[in-house]
Design a protein around this ligand. Structure first.
Ligand SMILES: [Zn+2]
Length: 309
């Protein structure tokens, strides 16, 4: 048992000095449930890419189930009222709805989008900028184990503020990949997300199942820089929770994620074969935070590109 212990401590110190991962990039593809062709192409991309499913879409349950079976993170893409006039999904949340009505809509969505562990807003510039509206949403979400990914469709979103005093964890989208459907523009936005992740240690980008977005993802994911790790949004939230300041330090009262020094790489990762490193470390410290962190890093460093053409 002596040798493994020595190996463990050497590896542990190497890995700690490597400061775990560099930039963590979470990619979420919204509006799932309507476009089987593009969505099936998305489901062939690395499983670290998460999907957000519209509850009333015809393929909602089918797509959520397929994504989950692959090990993908699933979110409910909950329709929320926009400021502008546009065609709305059924059961779009409005600020003037009662708590009971919001509870009913979220309950139905949870049945139609099984396996979801988070929820983000579809549209929602009117709803998310209403503090009282979002307080009702957070009050309901407090009874579920969902995190809230704020799609940030308006600058003064009240989602984080509304979650104060609840157990709902909130994280914010930083880049929209395909506001412009132009392929060059999508590529530029993808690069922006990568640079943000490299600079700050993390980024969340949201895209949609459009043919050009699919094409850009297929191309760019094969040439992802080595210091970028694809992660699920929940991993960023877990990182934030691990690094949360102790109580009474004047920090925010809940797990609001504002980014920062989550997983910044100060030195390159040690040249240890990941599979061996994990096997050895797991002999003795499987449940430690170190292993969770290392697993997170390595799992993202080796995404499954086998289905990419
Ligand atoms: Zn949407």
């Amino acid at each position: 048992m002596l040798l493994p212990r020595i190996l463990v401590s050497t590896l542990a110190s190497l890995l700690i000095s490597g400061s775990a991962c560099a930039g963590k990039l979470a990619l979420v593809i919204d509006d799932f449930g309507y476009r089987p062709k593009e969505e099936n192409q998305i489901l062939k991309l690395p499983v670290a890419i998460s999907v957000a499913v519209l509850p009333d879409a015809p393929l909602a349950t089918q797509m959520a189930t397929r994504a989950h079976q692959q090990g993908r993170e699933v979110l409910i893409h909950l329709p929320m009222a926009p400021l502008s006039k546009q065609p709305l999904e059924k059961d779009t949340l409005r600020p003037d709805m009662s708590l009971d009505e919001i509870r009913r809509i979220i309950h139905n969505a949870s049945l139609k989008v099984p396996y979801a562990i988070g929820l983000n807003n579809h549209m929602g510039s009117a709803m998310t900028s209403s503090l009282s509206g979002m307080q009702k949403v957070m009050q309901v979400l407090d009874h579920y184990n969902y995190y809230f990914l704020d799609s940030m469709t308006i600058g003064n979103s009240q989602a984080s503020q509304a979650a104060t005093g609840t157990r709902v964890r909130v994280i914010k989208r930083r880049v929209f990949l395909d506001d412009s459907p132009d392929e060059a523009a999508i590529r530029q936005q993808f690069t922006r997300a990568v640079r943000l992740a490299q600079r700050d240690g993390w980024a969340i980008a949201i895209g949609h199942p459009h043919p050009n977005t699919v094409r850009v993802l297929q191309q760019m994911l094969t040439t992802l820089p080595g210091d970028i790790t694809l992660v699920r949004p929940s991993q960023l939230l877990n990182d934030a929770q691990r690094l949360k300041p102790p109580p009474h330090s004047g920090a925010a009262p809940h797990d609001r994620f504002t980014g920062g020094q989550i997983c910044r790489l100060r030195q390159p990762l040690p040249a240890v074969p990941p599979s061996r490193a994990l096997a050895v470390v797991s002999e003795s410290v499987a449940a430690s935070a170190l292993v969770q962190n290392v697993k997170a890093c390595f799992s993202g460093l080796h995404p499954d590109f086998s289905s990419l053409k």
